[in-house]
Write a protein that binds this ligand. Sequence first.
Ligand code: GCU
Length: 675
Amino acid sequence: SFEDGHRMWLRYETVKNIELLEQYKSRFASVVLNDNSGTMSAIKKELKIGLKGLLSIAPQFRRTIDRDGAILISTPESPALKTSLKKVLIKELKSVGNEGFILQKRSVNGYDTTIISANTDIGLLYGTFHLLRLMQTGKSLSRLNIKEFPEVQLRVANHWDNIDRSVERGYAGLSLWDWKTLPNYKDPRYTDYARLSSSVGINGVVINNVNANAEFITSRYLDRIATLANIFRPYGIKIYLSINFNSPQLLGNLNTADPLDEDVREWWRSKVQEIYNKIPDMGGFLVKADSEGQPGPNTYGRTHSDGANLLADALKPHGGIVMWRAFVYGEKQEDRIREAYDEFVPLDGEFNDNVILQVKKGPLDFMPMEPFSPLFGAMPNTNTMIEFQVTQEYLGNANHLLYKGKMYNKILMSDTYAHGKGTLVGDIISGKIFKYNLTGMAGVINPGTARNWTGHPFVQSSWYAFGRLAWNYQLDPDKIAREWIQMTFSNEEKVVEKIQKIMSISSEAAVNYREPLGLTHIGTGSHYGPAPWSKRSQIFHHADEVGIGFNRSTSGSSAVSQYHEPLASEFNNLSTIPEELLLWFHHVRWDYTMKSGNSLWEELVNHYHVGVNQVREMQELWDFLENEIDTERFNHVKSLLEIQERDAVRWRDACLLYFQSFSRKEIPKRYEQPK
Ligand code: GCU
């Protein structure tokens, strides 16, 4: 089959297991739904596509249940339901909210029926995708009783797309949004994008780069954006816009953008009104302010909360929100990773209730390995959401095979100790600890016009995992990987097993051959290759004759103190710090004895070699799949793994040779390369 990756995880391959195939067909004797909204039509459309692929049948849509094996897709209001059943469903749906659903087998009018029920049509759509997923992953439908609802409210894809269709940190072609042919031409890809997003529960999309071009909120673009909003709406997806804080000056000819200036406030009110006239359900704004050259309230002697509240006030009457990013750093601080915490903690409680602080997962950036940001757990009175990156900015771009599900899981499951033991980052961002009225998870996804959307086919797996974890942060990342493989590649156990192994190794490998033991930011300016010798890298690794690593303990920058106890002490102490974060927090002697008994130098050498070997293991595992999956994807990934192996060797050799010039220690003989 021709380049199957373009359908991503909505591939809907024919069910090969005959028993399951028969069972599924018998459950789909008819489909009863009331096609009275865009969302219900989307459900119908998805079922047509899905059942054609999975079962080679066309669904029989009916108005009433008149046979065994019906699928009833309905809110409790449906005329197809008797009062008694209505009452039962209303009760059961109390706990699932606006987006949740139940999926169960029941007898209706004496007929054996599968019910998808929800309080809203969107809930029904999520339930439908869930049912399709069960079939894609070979699950039995004979005893269904599922209740699902999302753990966080805002599950938002962030695109870093520019107005000229280039994509910042995008490695998969041009931006999906074609401003030159919108609003007239509605590329079917926009609908596929909405289907894919909705299938994993994503309900928001920021369509433009955080380094925002102000033009996006001019009428010329708003008309086009409104067209996208119309396409996304039936799929439960709201559009959000990144705005430039200086817009009143750039677009409105004001001579200031001071958030406390009355003309500025009026300008935003009327701009927001204009936007809502065109897009009545626009979600709100995402703002990068006073960071990396972006304008912001600091220019006018105002705080982040002044800036955020200015926009929040303008959006409030329309139900819009502000996602205000905490990714800030100037050149002023000795230790950049301290900055977000130092700037935002004093502002806790100053933000309006329709503002949510969007905090990157770690205190630095989207590094291969870093601790969780200490802001999680430090903002009891400010809604706080987490930002992950799907696109592989620091992780081999679209050339390296990487599944990030395990990396996300690690952060979400980190204990902040904000309210004693067991206060996980996931608990914080889902509002369980501080009673946030807004909760959310953002993922910088950066797909593009590449036929398979993401460049490397496995970037899809991180996109998928982001959506699934935003829905439920407690999901097991290995199970998510399994689902994705089954939906994307095959249900054959030997295939699933091999690919799962590859994905499982991939995140460890990525750290080992690049930045092990808590090293960070030692890449080139483009963030692709190794450059430990660069000025910027030196600021982070601090290698010298004595040792290597950044002293952030209480004898250094004291960034450890931004964490709650007992974590602060655990990080501060060489004997208790997890070794994977050792050099993040400490400058350690080359001859320091590690837990393994190796010296630090030997351990570093070992990690880099293990990393390269892991990539080779991934290659071997992949080679098993030669005749098990389609040739196109097999060959594509095989070639990319060759590049990854080459790069892993480069990272290893560049880093070790450079660090060796400080450590002046030998690379142990056992690591010698065959000549
Ligand atoms: C990183 C990235 C930038 C991006 C920035 C951000 O620094 O390299 O391209 O703009 O993060 O998240 O704002």
